[in-house]
Ligand binder design. Structure first.
Ligand code: AMP
Ligand code: GLY
Length: 429
C-alpha cells in the first residue's frame, strides 16, 4: 500500500517512519517533507502543503491509496473536503470539524453544550467591554485570540496591565490576524498539564497513552513559549483515574457533540488538559497530532499504524495496542535565538541512531550533500528506555558526544516526572 503524509516536520517524520515500520504500508511519500526524512526511505516530494491541486494530482498519478494530514493549516484550508470531492481517501477532519481547533469560541460552545469541564470564560467583540471585564475580575487571567494564531494567540496574564496590553495587541493592533478581533477571556487553571490524543471516527474514540510537552524555551519551564522543546510518554504521575475521567468527560462527549452538531470529526483529536484539584479540565482542543508529542508516542504504539488508520477509514474497529513497560522521551535541538531570530544553514552534529535512539527531523535542508539547519526547531532525539532517567542519560550522552555550535536544547526534559507528586484530584476516586 502507498500512503502520502502531508507536512514537513518532526511529527510527520515520526508518522511516516511508523507507517513504514508496519506490514500494511510499503511506501510513504511526504509533501513537502524535509531532507532528513530521506535517511529513512521516505520519498520526499517538493509540493507545498497548501497546493491541494498538485497534491491531488500526485495521489492520482502515483496511485496512492490514502493520505494522512499532519499540520493544522491544510486541515483549516479544507484539504480533506477537497480530496473527498475527488473521491480520494484521506484521514483527517473536514474544514467544518477543524473549528474545534480554529475557533476558541466554537470549542467553548461545544464544551458548554456537552458539559465538558473547562475554564470559565466569556467571549468579547467589544474592546471596552473586554477591558471592563478585566478591570473587575481576578488575575492571573488568560486571554485568547479567536482564530488561528499558530500557538501564539494565548497570553497568561499575571497582572491586569499585561492583560490589558494583550487586549490592545489582539483587538486594536490585530496582531494575531487581520480580520478576527474576537477574544475569549478565561479563568486561570492550576495543576499538572498533559496531552491526551485519540483516533476518532464520528462518535467512536480510541484513546492513546498520555504525554507531556515542554512548551517553554528554558530549563525549569522558564522563558518564552515555543512550539515545544521536548516531550515524554507515558506521564506516570497522572493517575489512571484522571485519564479515565478525561476520556469519559472530555474526549467522548466532544466526539458525540461534534456528531450532533453536524460537524462529525474523523482524525486525531488532541485535548490539552489540566489535572486540577477538581478533576481534569480542558485547556484546548487540536484537530491533529501534537508536535513533539507524536515523536514520543509513535514508539509507544505496538500496533501497525497503517493498519489502524486503514481500519478507521473502512469504518471498522482498529486493533490498538500500547507498550505497558518503560518510557519514551524526546529532546528538541533548536537554533540559538529561537523562537525569535536565528541563523540558518548551521552544519549539524548528529547523534548515531540505534535500537533505543532515533532522530526525527524538522527544520533541515541539504547543502552539498550534508544536512544543515533550515528552521528554528531542527531535530528531536528520542530514546526509549526503562525509566525517564535512563532515557535522559542516553539522549544527553549522545548529544554531548557531537559538536553543536549554534544549537540549543533543554537538559531537563522529563523533570516533572522525576520530581512530581501524583497530580490531580486530592480525594480518592
Ligand atoms: P495553547 O496555545 O492554547 O496551548 O496555550 C498555551 C499554554 O497556555 C498552555 O499550554 C497552558 O500552559 C497555558 N494556558 C492556556 N489556557 C490556560 C488556562 N485557562 N489556565 C492556565 N493556563 C492556561
Ligand atoms: N505540542 C502542542 C501542539 O502540538 O499543539
Amino acid at each position: 500500500m502507498k500512503v502520502l503524509v502531508i507536512g514537513g516536520g518532526g511529527r510527520e517524520h515520526a508518522v511516516a517512519k511508523k507507517l513504514l515500520s508496519g506490514k500494511t504500508v510499503e511506501s510513504v511519500y511526504c509533501a513537502p517533507g524535509n531532507a532528513g526524512m530521506k535517511r529513512d526511505g521516505i520519498t520526499v516530494v517538493a509540493i507545498p502543503q497548501d497546493n491541494h491541486e498538485a497534491l491531488i494530482d500526485l495521489v492520482k498519478k502515483e496511485q496512492i491509496d490514502w493520505t494522512f494530514v499532519g499540520p493544522e493549516v491544510p486541515l483549516f484550508n479544507g484539504i480533506v473536503d477537497d480530496f473527498q470531492a475527488e473521491g480520494l481517501a484521506i484521514f483527517g477532519p473536514t474544514q467544518a470539524a477543524t473549528q474545534i481547533e480554529a475557533s476558541k469560541e466554537f470549542a467553548k460552545e461545544l464544551m458548554t453544550a456537552n458539559n465538558i469541564p473547562t475554564a470559565g470564560y466569556q467571549a468579547f467583540d467589544d474592546y471596552n467591554a473586554a477591558c471592563q471585564y478585566i478591570e473587575n475580575g481576578p488575575v492571573p487571567i488568560v486571554i485568547k485570540a479567536d482564530g488561528l494564531a499558530a500557538g501564539k494567540g494565548v497570553v497568561v496574564a499575571e497582572t491586569k496591565e499585561v492583560a490589558l496590553n494583550a487586549l490592545d495587541d489582539m483587538m486594536l493592533d490585530k496582531k494575531f490576524g487581520s480580520e478576527n478581533t474576537r477574544v475569549v477571556i478565561e479563568e486561570y487553571l492550576t495543576g499538572e498539564e498533559f496531552s491526551l490524543m485519540a483516533f476518532v471516527s464520528g462518535e467512536k474514540v480510541y484513546p492513546m497513552v498520555i504525554s507531556q510537552d515542554h512548551k517553554r524555551l528554558l530549563e525549569g519551564d522558564k522563558g518564552p513559549n515555543t512550539g515545544g522543546m521536548g516531550a515524554y510518554a507515558p506521564v506516570s504521575h497522572i493517575a489512571d483515574s484522571i485519564i479515565e475521567q478525561a476520556i469519559e468527560q472530555i474526549l467522548k462527549p466532544a466526539a458525540k457533540g461534534m456528531a450532533k452538531n453536524n460537524t462529525p470529526f474523523t482524525g486525531i483529536l488532541y485535548a490539552g488538559i489540566m489535572a486540577t484539584e477538581e478533576g481534569p479540565k480542558t485547556i484546548e482542543f487540536n484537530a491533529r497530532f501534537g508536535d513533539p508529542e507524536t515523536q514520543v508516542l509513535m514508539n509507544r504504539l505496538e500496533s501497525d499504524l497503517g493498519e489502524v488508520i486503514q481500519a478507521i477509514l473502512n469504518d471498522s474497529e482498529p486493533d490498538l495496542k500500547w507498550k505497558t513497560e518503560g518510557v519514551s522521551l524526546g529532546v528538541v535541538v533548536a537554533a540559538e535565538g529561537y523562537p525569535e531570530t536565528y541563523e540558518k544553514e548551521i552544519p549539524l552534529g548528529l547523534p548515531e541512531e540505534d535500537e533505543q535512539l532515533q532522530l526525527y527531523f524538522a527544520g533541515v535542508s541539504e547543502k552539498e550533500g550534508q544536512l544543515v539547519s533550515d528552521g528554528g526547531r531542527i531535530f528531536l532525539v528520542e530514546a526509549s528506555a526503562a525509566t525517564i532517567e535512563e532515557a535522559q542519560s542516553l539522549i544527553y550522552q549522545s548529544l554531548d558526544s557531537v559538536s553543536k555550535p549554534g544549537c540549543v536544547y533543554r537538559r531537563d526534559i522529563g523533570h516533572r516526572a522525576v520530581n512530581s507528586e501524583p497530580a490531580g484530584n486530592k480525594k480518592a476516586m
